[in-house]
Design a protein around this ligand. Structure first.
Ligand code: NAD
Length: 358
């Protein structure tokens, strides 16, 4: 049966990097005889301009039916003052919530050839290869009650950090299983020294570790992890964290690698369905200049092939081609050390040529 891929390029460089990934997807479909159907729709500000909604009903419906969604990025300053319902970013949160994409997998890795692009010393960063598993649909970003109280003196605002046992178990399961497939080390991050919800998180994860004797579990306080990621990032293999801590730590990890334009991500619902997107946003500052790095989006396509589309061999070929691309010295502007770099629109052609030559 044909697998359904929904492509949502979005806004700004989302469209440019998705174009590059689509060239590679179309090439692999032809070369490896893949049985996929592709549906491309507008989302974010682009959809808002055409339909009045950043996430039209048709998009949500197609997303629910898709095996894999490739999402570029959304947002730009011209839509920043719209109401939340109309803002491009609402499309992203709605998709995550409606599709129950509770597990965000964010690899952070460094090609040693690019260690100069990292703000961290080479001897510390060399060989970096971390996976951050972030809980994505719960915790303080969604917890109720929440609000701003303006009719009392002093005014105040509040949010609720809340996790139930099931939410912790399902994200921890993905983290333990990911560690089993990698080098078998899992670090669970929270603030058990001050937060009840963190203490509860730690007790559930500790209890579950009995089911995974092949995984070495450690616990760390989030503020320490932020520091350790900079001081000694290679101590980590898989990190699991709540929505808030995972958000902050994955951005630190992304920065270690030198360019956010290199890093893919997957958001999964616990079955094989998922949404795949680069870690970066729509980068309005460089949109329409043909200088964005599309490797994060191409890596996201590769993750979709691996996790949702049952094509691990093709996924490995794309990953290998990205590695060769860097080893051969090809660079985009964000990772170039001189003025010699490829345009966004030239990258897919090079990757395709590398796969063909193998
Ligand atoms: P951003 O990730 O878009 O850009 C941050 C910086 O990184 C910019 O200097 C940008 O030029 C650079 N950059 C990002 N991706 C790059 C790439 N592929 N190649 C080269 N350089 C790249 O974050 P921001 O500037 O904070 O946000 C811009 C807009 O994107 C906002 O509207 C924000 O809401 C939105 N956003 C969307 C998503 C998403 O759709 N998933 C995520 C983050 C931000």
């Amino acid at each position: 049966m044909s697998k359904k891929i929904l492509v949502l390029p979005g806004d700004g460089i989302g469209q440019e990097v998705t174009d590059a990934a689509m060239q590679i997807l179309k090439f692999t479909i032809k070369k490896f005889n893949l049985n996929f159907s592709i549906n491309t729709l507008d989302v974010g500000g682009t959809a808002y301009e055409k339909t009045g909604s950043p996430i039209p009903h048709e998009v949500l419906q197609a997303a629910k039916e898709a095996d894999a969604i490739l999402f570029g990025a959304v947002g730009a300053p011209q839509w920043d003052n719209l109401s939340w319902d109309d803002r491009p970013e609402n499309a992203l949160l709605t998709l995550r919530k409606e599709l129950n994409l509770f597990a965000n997998l964010r690899p952070a890795f460094l090609f040693n050839e690019l260690s100069e692009a990292s703000p961290i010393k080479e001897k510390i960063i060399e060989g970096l290869d971390i996976l951050i598993v972030r809980e994505l649909t719960g915790g303080i970003y969604f917890g109720e009650p929440r609000g701003v109280i303006e009719d009392e003196t002093p005014n105040y605002a509040f949010n609720t950090m809340i996790y139930n046992e099931d939410e912790i178990r399902r994200i921890a399961k993905i983290a333990f299983e990911s560690a089993q497939k990698r080098s078998g080390r899992l670090c669970s991050v929270e603030k058990a020294n001050v937060l009840e919800v963190s203490k509860f998180w730690r007790s559930i994860v500790t209890e579950m570790s009995a089911e995974y004797p092949d995984v070495e579990l450690s616990h760390q306080l989030a503020d320490n992890t932020a520091m350790q990621l900079v001081l000694n990032p290679n101590q980590f293999d898989v990190i699991v964290a709540s929505n808030l801590f995972g958000d902050i730590l994955s951005d630190i990890a992304a920065t270690l690698t030198g360019s956010i334009g290199m890093l893919p991500s997957a958001s999964l619902d616990g079955s094989l369905k998922g949404m795949y997107e680069p870690c970066h946003g729509s980068a309005p500052d460089i949109a329409n200049q043909d200088i964005a790095n599309p490797l994060a989006m191409i890596g996201s396509l590769s993750m979709a092939l691996k996790y949702s589309l049952d094509e691990e061999v093709v996924s490995n070929k794309i990953d290998a081609a990205i590695k060769t691309f860097i080893q051969k010295g090809f660079r985009t502007k964000d990772i170039a050390t001189d003025e010699k770099y490829l345009k966004t629109s030239e990258v897919a052609g090079k990757i395709i040529k590398i796969i063909e030559d193998e």
